[in-house]
Design a protein around this ligand. Structure first.
Ligand SMILES: CC(C)(COP(=O)(O)OP(=O)(O)OC[C@H]1O[C@@H](n2cnc3c(N)ncnc32)[C@H](O)[C@@H]1OP(=O)(O)O)[C@@H](O)C(=O)NCCC(=O)NCCS
Length: 197
């Protein structure tokens, strides 16, 4: 399982992911009934630079889960969605851990998540990650204050991030870099690219 930040180039994958959810899953994710049009507009508005959008990918590199961290004054809101047939495998838990860690490393003071009070998996996930849960009128609000990271934690996190990025791009790029590193193949590639007379 690879978990990494998504970029705006992946907006269509995010839109398709949310559009594929059933009405009940949409209600759980967005805490209200949402139409295709509302989801599409939501995907258009997502800001991949300002906020954090993490994607979880299976071994075929298909998007199977999304976690969002949207920055607000004083606190940042988290939201989660895992593809229905992939639930119960701790993907949600891993996304939550990564998102809280990323928030802390970015000096976010407080994170919170809102969900319907009958959403047992989300409640369990939040409690396990140390968020305290309050429920009022059928809606739950779970929050946790985050401490400033130490310089050691920051250095460790940056190293891990770079390694995982290297791992991901390395996997994608290996065959191509291998080809370019091979001198005979490289010569052939240059010949192929040369304009014909
Ligand atoms: C909430 C959600 C992201 C969890 O994803 P997941 O990958 O299934 O989560 P995990 O496998 O890590 O399970 C989280 C916890 O829920 C429990 N759980 C999973 N499915 C469950 C079920 N059907 N009933 C009860 N508990 C369940 C797990 O045992 C785990 O608890 P534990 O840590 O005490 O063992 C997923 O259910 C989902 O996408 N729901 C719809 C969207 C949503 O509700 N979002 C939250 C509001 S933003």
């Amino acid at each position: 399982m690879i978990i990494r930040p998504l970029t705006h180039y992946e907006r269509e994958a995010v839109r398709s992911f949310y559009l594929s959810l059933s009405p009940d899953d949409r209600r759980k994710r967005f805490c209200s009934t949402v139409s295709d049009d509302t989801i599409s507009k939501y995907a258009d508005r997502m800001n991949f630079n300002r906020d954090t959008v993490l994607g979880a990918f299976d071994e075929r590199m298909l998007l199977v889960g999304i976690a969002e961290l949207v920055h607000g004054p004083g606190a940042s809101e988290m939201a989660f969605s895992v593809r229905p047939d992939m639930r119960g495998q701790k993907i949600g838990t891993k996304l939550l851990q990564k998102l809280v860690q990323r928030a802390q490393m970015c000096s976010v003071a407080k994170v919170f998540v809102q969900f319907l009070s009958d959403n047992t998996p989300m409640r369990k996930m939040a409690s396990r990650a140390g968020l305290s849960v309050d429920t009022v009128d059928g809606e739950s609000y779970a929050a946790r204050e985050l401490a400033e990271p130490s310089s050691e934690e920051l250095a460790h996190w940056h190293m891990e991030e770079n390694l995982s990025r290297g791992g991901y791009f390395g996997t994608l790029g290996l065959p191509r870099w291998g080809l370019l590193a091979d001198r005979s193949a490289n010569t052939k590639l240059l010949e192929d690219l040369a304009p014909a007379d």
